[in-house]
Ligand binder design. Structure first.
Ligand code: ADP
Ligand code: ZN
Ligand code: ZN
Length: 826
């Protein structure tokens, strides 16, 4: 069998170019055996041999009749899909990403395809725990696999081939996956949902005639458990569209025998409910608000711009009602049977937006996010391919197979979490989506209160249309922002831990009025360093070059890069002194100390540590919305798109921490963050207040934030970028070299640097040790390549980079150095 599988004599003149989800530089060519020629099509997955023994599912991106010169060609083994699973537009997008971001097509494919569409010999399959031994409708072969799995628990695809003693198994496996009888093992760690859930409802009689409910109580009067169940049901059904059996078990502390008895008495009906994995929206759809004047104008300007431009920037202050404008565009597309992609920086943090859109569009919206399991991902994939109107998601949602895409809406376009840092493709969701829209012939709307400098630059130059919404919806004034001089208070010894008297006093008054507060602190944890007062020793991570952060809740020190944890030491291991002190502060300390000054306030914290568990994030938002929390302390998470009615004060604990960062984007980030978090204040009723504590009160960005003057900020910042030749006046490519041995890395980086400098001269900076020089035991050296904005120069540089990486990988002694390319780093 092996021989036949891997022989290289082709017998036909039909070839396919395919992609495998591996970091291989080019598409691979295979020939199509006689018996498969009539069925082979672009976009199908096929099963191909790769390497000595492996088989992969590959995607056909071209069917050609000319054979490539000088390479041995092997046959495809089978065709997996009847119909193409991808579109030509998708391939164009992949090619662009691979080209622009200097990575392989395989890496792009890896990011673009849901796991269930990627199979290899090593893929391990397991039986669905929900499989109910219903073998009807299975073919003989499917039956054999299913049976084998019920005995052996897990089997690799390679072994399935042996069990069936045939080489073509992918189509059979694919069919079992589609029927949800078989899962990829990798997925079983994830949560999966059943297709049906058991539910309870009142029998017809009690639904049509609620008056007769007392009869039901009479019927149960002899059984306290049945009475409990009845009351439990009534409570649950009040705020739920349907009641699950399991929910009622919990609520009323009963079991199935109780419900069955009540079904017999004709009180309840027990039934199965089909649940869509795409999530069904059960509440009533709300009517839309009418647009106000500003929104009407913005909408008409957007449309006018779209007549001549592919991309429009909607620059609307926080609370101006941009979402309502998007809603109008979406509605129009739905009416015309067209599709909309709505991209958000981080779906996990934008539950509020999702529910707002669902209230208007209900099930027309599919969300594509990291919490979906593999089956659900494929379901969204198929739904989009069949024309699903609206997709809401993070950057990866651009990879779905759209058919009739009309708009791409990129909300909070300035947000740096649109950029994928690791692994490759290191693409920017906004920039790639603009290209993607172009490929599909769609238009892109970028929305934000604080445009990225590059975006505004493009708008100013006329490349993008520009539409302004300078006022808040409902004529609410922009918040009143002031800077509080923390330095003077510190000198006068008035500063109480990290709080100025002005901030504490104002908070007190706000709480007295029953209003709410958001406090923003950029760092999580309690204190970012433990330092010896006599010799300045600090406790560092074993695996990374960073100080460990103290977490009070766990009473230990943690590395924010690799997760390493260590106990607190009492003695300095360097000099033996006992005077070790915690330095600096994070959200946990702010929350903790606030309790001392405002003992009666209900304080909660929203950061990476508190939202890790499932639903914790939406619970916090809910609690805050429903005023079970007075003060919400948090990191960047509290800045993102939240819309609360009753927040009248926002406090920023330390502007200096934001602005002092050694990065050319520090001012931009600082301006955006402060403006965004300030925008959470006073959104609905009356003007809000913002207090920014700073040591360096003279920083120009503070003035610009206070005046809410984006123009001024832009004018100053763009001059600096021009003067020092940073984006948008130059293109940056960061190269990161990593190795476990410092000396190998040092020498390798020198050799690599020589290649680069020979070809690119002064454009090359480095190698330099980055801010954190070692992470997870890998030493790191960075090169920064600064290129003039000239297509020829940029393309030449990318070629040089690719070639240099190949050369280094062939240099004896340095083959194991990893080189990561990051085009347009953020
Ligand atoms: P942005 O996204 O621009 O910060 P939002 O879209 O969140 O602003 O709108 C701010 C607030 O104003 C929201 O609470 C929203 O419900 C409300 N709002 C916006 N437009 C309208 C409208 N046309 N009618 C009623 N309320 C609106
Ligand atoms: Zn010491
Ligand atoms: Zn670490």
């Amino acid at each position: 069998m092996q021989e036949e599988l891997f022989h290289t004599e082709y017998t036909t003149e039909t070839f396919v170019q395919v992609l495998i989800p591996l970091a291989i530089p080019k598409p691979l060519t295979y020939y199509v055996p006689e018996n498969l020629i009539k069925d082979i099509k672009f976009g199908q997955r096929v099963e191909v041999p790769f390497g000595k023994t492996k088989l992969y599912s590959a995607v056909v991106i071209r069917v050609v009749n000319s054979k490539p010169e000088g390479v041995k060609i092997r046959p495809i083994i089978s065709i997996i899909d009847e119909k193409p699973i991808i579109t030509t537009e998708q391939v164009k997008l992949w090619e662009w990403i691979s080209d622009y971001y200097c990575c392989t097509m395989g890496e792009v494919l890896q990011a673009a395809l849901p796991a269930n569409l990627k199979l290899s010999s090593e893929t391990v399959l397991v039986l669905s725990p929900l499989f109910d031994e219903d073998y009807d409708g299975l073919t003989d072969k499917e039956f054999m696999i299913t049976e084998a799995l019920s005995i052996q628990n897990e089997i690799s695809i390679d072994n399935i081939r042996k069990i069936l003693s045939q080489k073509t198994v992918y189509p059979i496996i694919n069919s079992l996956i589609e029927k949800r009888i078989v899962y990829l093992k990798a997925e079983m760690k994830e949560k999966y949902k059943p297709k049906k859930i058991g539910c309870v409802r009142f029998a017809e009689k009690y639904v049509t005639d609620p008056e007769s409910l007392h009869e039901a109580f009479d019927l149960c009067s002899k059984s306290s458990r049945q009475t409990e169940a009845l009351m439990g049901y009534i409570v649950l059904s009040k705020d739920k569209p349907f009641v699950q059996k399991t929910e009622l078990y919990k609520k009323a502390n009963v079991d199935s025998s109780v419900l069955n008895a009540m079904q017999k008495k004709g009180i309840f009906e027990i039934y199965e409910r089909e649940i869509s994995r795409l999530g069904t929206y059960e509440d009533d759809i709300q009517d839309m608000f009418t647009l106000d004047e500003q929104q009407i104008r913005a909408l008409s300007e957007i449309k006018t711009h779209f007549e001549t431009k592919n991309t429009v920037l909607l620059h609307g202050v926080t609370g101006s009602g941009k979402t309502r404008v998007y809603i109008d565009l979406i509605e129009e597309a739905i009416k015309n049977g067209e599709q909309v992609l709505y991209l958000l920086p981080e779906v996990a943090l934008t539950a509020q937006i999702i529910s707002r859109l669902q209230k208007v569009f209900g099930d027309e919206i599919a969300t594509y996010h990291h919490k979906l399991n593999n089956h659900e991902r494929v379901e969204v994939w198929n739904a989009v391919s069949e024309g699903k109107s609206v997709v809401l998601g993070p950057r990866s949602a651009m990879f779905l197979p759209y058919r009739n895409l009309k708009w791409v809406i990129i909300d909070e376009e300035h947000d740096s979490s649109f950029k994928q840092n690791d692994p490759a493709p290191r693409y920017h969701g906004r920039d790639a989506a603009i290209y993607m829209a172009y490929v599909y012939g769609a238009k892109t709307l970028l929305g934000t209160a604080t445009p990225a400098l590059e975006t505004y630059y493009n708008a100013k130059k006329g490349k993008y249309g520009l539409v302004n919404m300078p006022k808040r919806y409902g004529d609410i004034a922009m918040p009143e922002i002031s800077v509080v001089d923390a330095k003077t208070e510190k000198q006068q010894r008035k500063l109480q831990s990290h709080f100025t008297t002005q901030l504490l006093d104002t908070m007190g008054k706000v709480l007295e009025r029953g209003e709410q507060i958001i406090l923003f602190q950029n760092r999580r944890g309690y204190a970012p360093a433990l330092r010896c007062q006599s010799c300045a020793w600090t406790q560092e991570c074993k695996h990374c070059d960073v100080t460990l952060t103290y977490h009070k809740f766990k009473h230990n020190l943690q590395c924010h890069y690799c997760g390493y944890q260590a106990p607190l030491t009492k003695l300095c291991p360097n000099c033996g002194d006992i005077d070790l002190r915690l330095q600096g502060f994070g959200t946990e300390k702010i929350e903790d100390e606030l309790k001392i000054y405002l003992p009666d306030a209900k304080i909660a914290r929203m950061d990476y540590d508190t939202v890790r568990s499932k639903n914790a994030h939406s619970k916090l938002i809910n609690d805050f919305e429903e005023k079970r929390i007075d003060i919400l302390v948090g990191t960047q998470m509290v800045t993102k798109g939240l819309d609360f009615e009753n927040v009248s004060l926002v406090g920023i604990i330390s502007a200096d921490q934001l602005l002092r960062f050694p990065d050319f984007r520090a001012s931009e980030r600082g301006f955006q963050l402060m403006t965004q978090v300030a925008g959470r204040a006073g959104r609905k009723k009356k003007q809000g207040r913002v207090l920014i504590q700073a040591m360096d009160v003279a920083h120009p960005v503070l003035r610009e934030v206070i005046d809410n003057d984006y123009q001024e900020f832009y004018a100053r910042e763009i001059m600096e970028r021009n003067a020092f030749k940073y984006p948008p006046y130059a293109r940056l490519i960061k190269l990161q070299l990593k190795h476990k041995k410092a000396d190998v890395l040092n020498h390798g980086a020198k050799i690599f640097g020589d290649y680069l400098v020979t070809a690119l001269g002064k454009r090359v900076q480095g190698p330099a040790v980055p801010h954190v020089g070692r992470v997870r035991n890998y030493y790191i050296l960075d090169f920064m390549i600064k290129l003039e904005m000239d297509m020829n120069v940029v393309n030449h540089a990318k070629r040089v980079i690719r070639e240099s990486i190949v050369k280094l990988s062939q240099e004896a002694g340095y083959t194991t150095i990893r080189v990561n390319v990051d085009v347009d780093p953020v």
